[in-house]
Design a protein around this ligand. Structure first.
Ligand SMILES: Cc1ncc(COP(=O)(O)O)c(C=O)c1O
Length: 391
């Protein structure tokens, strides 16, 4: 007989999922009710309001897609891009590549702007692309590149898009709740996120928001949206305004309780306070890493506080360090991807996991893993340096 599954206790300090707050886990275990129950519908209205708060927007079309971040990405492209549309896509890591793939699969023409992994999107290259191409429908980019730990200047990129009459499509999977994000202030037209990063929820839901301009673009389509499930015209019959909700799909009721609770937690803390906590904890971790002789990959000006990319020192078996952290200390950190595979570790300090205890635990564990491989470092220096900043 197969037995019940009991996952081990872990400290999730990788690129996501991040540790889920006990309040959120408890909310998820509340009784399942019908997805058209008046009480559930009331919760949905609150959810929209909470998401508007988190995204800093008044967009009426703000809702959670019942599927992970990749589905939120697809929801933006499948609704906004039609065959023949030109889209400038910025790629400086894994996820920009997926945006390009979406454009191409929906029949669009992707104008690819590439930057090295570890660098932000280069505004001058984007301006050049707008100068060289007429009738660009949209500019697509990743705000916080999880594969490299880089923040791009979303405000300036959206301003460029507006200047050229293009829509902006923004990946905020890792940025929402962790760094400044201002959908209305920056004029973002379509944005998607995920629950499993700085919102500290289990994975599986993707908050999205469309501006009035984006909604108008969906309404003005010449062709039908080629996905039934993600068609915003249809899904708004369930998530739209008013008390008349029509069945579209069976909402993941308990996962939505979790997201509601996570957003309540964020509201209690306050957006600015959450961003400041991520930054302060990043500085603590950085001080500890540097005191151990480790170096961060990304220049300070573009560094994500919620995802720290650390160069693996010469001669260190990076996979052995990660395995040791997991097996001995229960700590998960991430490996490098693509051109950074084998060269970096990715240490997440996202949402609930961005706290002093995790930082000190991780620094202590890293110190013994590195020492075990003969790396020369001063014992205790990492924890001591971090403690002066974050205790
Ligand atoms: C920046 C970014 N975009 C998109 C995704 C895809 O999200 P999901 O894995 O929830 O489908 C991720 C996941 O890590 C991500 O980090």
């Amino acid at each position: 007989m197969i037995q019940s599954f009991y996952p081990p206790q872990r400290v999730l300090m990788g690129p996501g999922p991040s540790d889920v707050s006990p309040r959120v886990l408890a909310a998820m275990a509340r009784p399942t009710i019908g997805h058209l129950d008046p009480e559930f519908v009331r919760m949905m209205d609150e959810m929209k309001e909470l998401l508007q708060f988190a995204f800093n927007t008044r967009n009426p079309l703000t809702m959670p897609v019942s599927a992970p971040g990749s589905a939120g990405m697809e929801a933006c492209f499948v609704n906004l891009i039609e065959p023949g549309d030109k889209v400038i896509v910025c790629q400086n890591g894994v996820f920009g590549g997926r945006m390009k793939e979406n454009v191409v699969r929906f029949g669009g023409e992707a104008i690819l702007i590439e930057d090295d992994w570890g660098q932000p999107v280069d505004l001058a290259k984007v301006a050049q692309a707008f100068a060289e191409h007429d009738n660009v429908k949209a500019l697509a980019f990743v705000h916080a590149e999880t594969s490299t730990g880089v923040r791009s200047d979303a405000q300036a990129l959206c301003a460029l898009a507006q200047q050229h009459g293009a829509l902006s499509i923004v990946d905020a999977v890792t940025s929402l709740g962790g760094i400044e994000l201002d959908v209305d202030g920056w004029g973002i037209d379509a944005i998607y996120s995920g629950t499993q990063k700085c919102l500290s929820c289990p994975p599986g839901i993707s908050p999205v928001s469309f501006s009035e301009r984006a909604v108008a673009a969906v309404k003005a389509r010449k062709s039908v949206v080629p996905s039934w499930f993600l068609d915003k015209n249809l899904v708004m019959g369930y998530w739209g305004a008013g008390s008349k909700r029509a069945y579209h799909h069976t909402a993941p009721v308990n996962s939505l309780y979790a997201l509601h609770e996570a957003l309540v937690v964020l509201q209690e803390e306050g957006l600015e306070a959450a961003w400041a906590r991520h930054q302060a904890n990043h500085l603590g971790l950085r001080a500890g890493l540097e005191a151990m002789g480790l170096k961060l990959l990304v220049e300070e000006a573009y560094r994500l506080p919620q995802l720290n990319t650390v160069r693996v020192p010469e001669g260190i078996d990076e996979a052995a360090v990660r395995s040791r952290l997991l097996e001995r200390n229960g700590i998960e950190i991430g490996a490098g991807l693509g051109s950074l595979a084998g060269k970096v570790w990715r240490i997440g300090l996202m949402g609930h996991a961005s706290n002093t205890r995790n930082i000190l635990h991780c620094l202590g564990a890293l110190e013994s893993a590195l020492t075990a491989q003969g790396h020369d470092l001063e014992r205790g220096a990492g924890v001591a340096a971090a403690s002066t900043l974050i205790e």
